[in-house]
Design a protein around this ligand. Sequence first.
Ligand code: NAD
Ligand code: PRE
Length: 363
Amino acid sequence: MIKQIGFIGFGLIGGSIAKSIKKYGLAQKLIAYDRHLEPLHQAMNEGVLDQIATSLEDGFESCDLIFLCCPVKVNIEMFEKLAGIVHEQCIVTDVGSTKSDIHDALDDMGTNIRFVGGHPMTGSEKSGYEASSSQLFENIFYILTPSKTSTQEDLNVLKSLVEGIDSIPIIMDASVHDKTTASISHVPHVLAALIVNAVKHLDTEQGYMHTLAAGGFKDITRIASASPIMWQQICLSNKEPILDVLEYYKTMLTTIENSIKDEDAHQLYALFSEAQAYRNTFNDTSSGIFPRHYSFSVDVEDEPGIIAKIATLLSEAKINIKNIGIINNREIDNGVLSILFEDQDHMELSITLLRNLGYTIYT
Ligand SMILES: NC(=O)c1ccc[n+]([C@@H]2O[C@H](COP(=O)([O-])OP(=O)(O)OC[C@H]3O[C@@H](n4cnc5c(N)ncnc54)[C@H](O)[C@@H]3O)[C@@H](O)[C@H]2O)c1
Ligand SMILES: O=C(O)C(=O)C[C@]1(C(=O)O)C=C[C@@H](O)C=C1
């Protein structure tokens, strides 16, 4: 068990990590600093935090592990401020969505602070402590990027903690991380914002687009509701990889534009069929709340008590559920329950039972 863990920035991710660490009893004491005091008081009242820090000089010198959980550029500022504060054995990690920037800052600082970069591949379009959840990290990949100043032992401490909050650690090089996340996360967020703004600017006088936008538009733009400051900073922090992907999109947009102009039915079919085949290779539940385990999703009416109803049905059949929850922050909207089981037998029994009762199951 780690003695004292500190958080700088206590919003969605900082709050969720703290809740998870507390839930699994992985640290003796948790302290946090944030420019806003309200979430810190709330977390104290909820028993998530043990101490509020009013500045970095107020308690971080005693921390054995510190999580930087502010927007990425702010994390770098905080990291620099920590240099004269932390003790020699303290490990500093961050949760930022970009990694080369903070590793470069570490090199420029010329400090010996033990730094292991981190990035949980989970999240939400919601931000702030009020949106945090101890479940956010269940069965998700948590990327770790060791640095020149960190030892194997430091990495092992982080790996154990990541496993302790039910995530799957994966070690990566910072630049590979940034190239990867530019394609699967950063540019998709830019595109989602462009799609939403396009509708705003192209809408009819009567606002038909706004009124009629249905599942397709909502599925592809959920992430446009995310924090503007967070995404502004990610774009500034991962410039080159994002520009490379945008360049690729520019070429592809011209190709598609020409296919439509030329009424090239073959090219247009090829576009959608290639995408369809590849999209179908992604396991949808892998981006749900309980991925890569014995889990499935079930289509249910979005009504109060539905979780209890399904849980009761399964428990009456002596089926053990490990966890159950509505997927409301992913690509499938409200009305889809994700259920996690201890083992394959219980999962398969449930699928049969619920299918026999007429429910639609997604595996
Ligand atoms: N939201 C996601 O889906 C997600 C997922 C993975 C990683 N991340 C990364 O996690 C980090 C935090 O994101 P989040 O979603 O928790 O954001 P958030 O807005 O929910 O939380 C950020 C917190 O940082 C605090 N903060 C900002 N500037 C500060 C300053 N100068 N001094 C003190 N506190 C300050 C804010 O008050 C807020 O409480 C970001 O670096 C982001 O890239 C986010
Ligand atoms: O699920 C979401 O809402 C997210 O946007 C999560 C998401 C992403 O998949 O792009 C966002 C930023 C992160 O750095 C990691 C995960």
